[in-house]
Design a binder for this molecule. Structure first.
Ligand code: AGP
Length: 609
């Protein structure tokens, strides 16, 4: 999603803004740009493509000045192009960057066209800069004009704007997408996340929805959504300023796949004792919060929702009625909220707009409170939660989630173990504790399947479609396997519970349809094996991840490829079976030559609806 960096300083801000944009690259984008007040006027540089292209342009023609705004754009209205890239300019003296969607842009555009404003782009964002110019022409006061304009906008937005007549201040606003202020000595900055500004400060103010700020080098004046002057607490970020690098791996995704044993260890650290989940791991209020839970709604999107689907089966084992809800649907449903419903919000980024809105809706709708499972400290979702369990997987740069997913599952397993303890289900708690302890080593063993996965990838490389099958705890893992393949190799992939095959998808099976099946040694094994024979009988090519004691007798050996999985625990086997599926999607994508870390059209942090 779009990223914003802006700054007002004595020194030249362009290098700070470029570094900030580079740090926001992980969010996903298609074009980049910057506008700087260079002494007498606002000058702009924009490129279609990567920040490195912008850097090259700035090397040819530097933009030197102490006031500037910069942006990475992820197209929503108007195709990816230099013309649509931000900043947008009105006349020659106002420049603006925008993250989000202006829902009333058509009405505003019509009004501005009538007033004689010309549009140079196809974006919804450009209406904001022209509206700002129009209102400024009436008020002659940039602060007042910006506040009036914000009050007329509908939708979700983070904004930063500068005016050539004031080289020492900028205006920013937040309504939805994240925006933070970073405070230096005699200089101030704004950005979509703290990480973008860590090279210049660790002191931040997190803007709340409806906030507008007038930011000078030495001061910040902040209004809340009611238009009242407000002071917000400054926080010191605890994030590491390390610039993520690939440490010898070809892609961040591969590095992150291999970081999973450690990510799991980090998530468990200080939370798992010898025989139980440690009391206190979830904070002082956890026992009373968890103690009264009678129902659970798990709310998330994409991969995070699949983590929720696995955990649902653990919570149901404990006797707690649990549903898993896609956030973008839940937020618009008339949800019947049972008594004492705990909401579990899962999000690696902590900024997913649909998840945020669904959690807010659940709170308003009478939920007991939100437990956030999140990989981003200080993110929006953690701020609305009653209890936050940070996954501590470390920064995930690859758009396709891998280590964040296994860390989410680990955190959800800790919660299940702890609730079991509180309910006196010692057997489940002991089994979960033992399974969690053994997990990092089992993931290491699964990573060692790398070479065998290469052979599978060569078979799948030229296919147009793939089916993934699993049952029980492993059905969500088949969904995740299919999503990973779609996301980074662009092969169409679907997942089904294996028992559903005969109810439709079996019609798709022929020699061109690879079927990736998860067949662990569990109580559903015989049923899965018989589903696989049905596939083989129709000429489908099978790729089976088989539990250590599992024997599948192929009818045609050239159509069946089997990888023997390491021994796993019953409860946490999904975390281990997901590893070869991640490797498979990575290797297929590598062979197809796609952009693994930043797949087309996707964003790491989906901050718009
Ligand atoms: C995962 O590979 C995807 N990129 C995507 O489905 C992601 O899991 C989803 O957008 C939710 O993101 P979140 O965890 O940051 O809320």
């Amino acid at each position: 999603m779009c990223g914003i960096v802006a700054g007002v300083a004595e020194r030249s801000v362009a290098p700070i803004l470029v570094e900030g944009l580079r740090r926001l690259e992980y969010r996903g984008y298609d074009s980049a740009g910057m506008a700087v007040f260079t002494g007498t006027e606002i000058e702009r540089a924009r490129v279609l493509g990567k920040v490195v292209g912008l850097t090259e342009q700035l090397e040819q023609k530097p933009l030197v000045g102490g006031l500037g705004i910069a942006h990475t754009r992820w197209a929503t209205h108007g195709r990816p192009s230099e013309m649509n890239a931000h900043p947008h300019i009105s006349g020659s003296d106002i420049a603006l960057v925008h993250n989000g969607i202006i829902e009333n842009h058509e009405a505003l555009r019509a009004e501005l066209l009538t007033d004689g404003y010309n549009f140079a782009s196809e974006t919804d964002s450009e209406v904001v800069v022209h509206l700002l110019a129009k209102v400024y022409s009436e008020t002659k006061d940039f602060v007042e004009a910006f506040r009036q304009v914000v009050s007329r906008l509908e939708g979700a937005f983070a904004l930063a704007a500068i005016h050539a007549e004031d080289s020492t201040s900028m205006m920013i606003a937040r309504n939805g997408p994240p925006l933070v202020l970073g405070h230096g000595l005699g200089e101030n900055f704004a950005a979509s996340d703290m990480y973008a500004l860590l090279p210049v400060t660790n002191q931040f103010t997190v803007l709340e929805d409806g906030d507008i700020a007038h930011v000078t080098r030495a001061s910040v004046t902040l209004w809340d959504k009611a238009g009242e002057l407000v002071e917000r607490a400054q926080v010191t970020s605890t994030q590491s300023n390390d610039v993520a690098d690939k440490q010898g791996y070809k892609h961040y995704m591969l590095k992150e796949i291999h970081e999973q044993p450690n990510a799991v260890l980090q998530t468990l650290e200080g939370r798992l004792g010898q025989v139980q989940v440690l009391p206190g791991s979830f904070g002082p209020d956890a026992d009373s919060f968890f103690g009264g839970v009678e129902n659970i709604h798990i709310i998330a999107c994409g991969t995070s929702s699949y983590a929720g689907m696995v955990s649902r089966l653990w919570y149901e084992t404990l006797g707690i009625p649990t549903t898993v809800e896609i956030a973008s649907e839940y937020r618009y449903r008339q949800v019947a909220m049972p008594k004492n419903t705990m909401i579990i919000g899962i999000s690696q980024s902590g900024e997913t707009a649909d998840t945020m809105a669904a959690l807010e809706y659940a709170i308003e709708n009478g939920a007991r409170g939100v437990l956030a499972i999140c990989n981003a400290p200080e993110s929006s979702i953690t701020r609305l939660a009653k209890i936050t369990l940070l996954t501590r997987a470390g920064r995930e740069i690859g758009v396709a989630s891998t280590k964040a997913f296994t860390a989410q599952l680990t955190a959800l397993a800790l919660v299940a173990g702890y609730i079991a303890q509180l309910r006196g289900d010692d057997e489940f708690a002991a089994e979960m504790t033992a399974a969690l302890k053994a997990l990092p080593e089992q993931i290491v063993e699964a990573l060692a399947l790398d070479k065998q996965i290469d052979q599978w990838a060569e078979h799948i490389l030229h296919k147009d479609n793939a089916l993934f099958l699993g049952r029980g705890l492993h059905f969500p893992i088949s969904l995740e396997g299919a999503l990973k393949l779609k996301e980074i190799s662009y092969i169409h992939a679907e997942a089904y519970p294996a028992g559903e095959l005969k109810h439709g998808p079996l019609a798709l099976v022929d020699e061109n349809m690879p079927i990736v099946a998860i067949a662990p040694q569990d109580e559903l094994l015989e049923k899965v094996l018989s589903n696989l024979h049905e596939v083989e009988a129709r000429g489908g090519e099978l790729f089976i991840l088989a539990g250590e004691g599992v024997n599948y007798e192929p009818e045609q050996s050239n159509l069946v490829h089997i990888i023997k999985m390491p021994a796993v625990s019953r409860l946490l086997s999904p975390l281990v079976y997901t590893i070869p599926l991640q490797l498979l999607s990575y290797k297929v994508a590598l062979m197809r030559g796609t952009d693994v870390d930043q797949p087309r059209n996707l964003a790491k942090s989906v901050t718009v609806e």
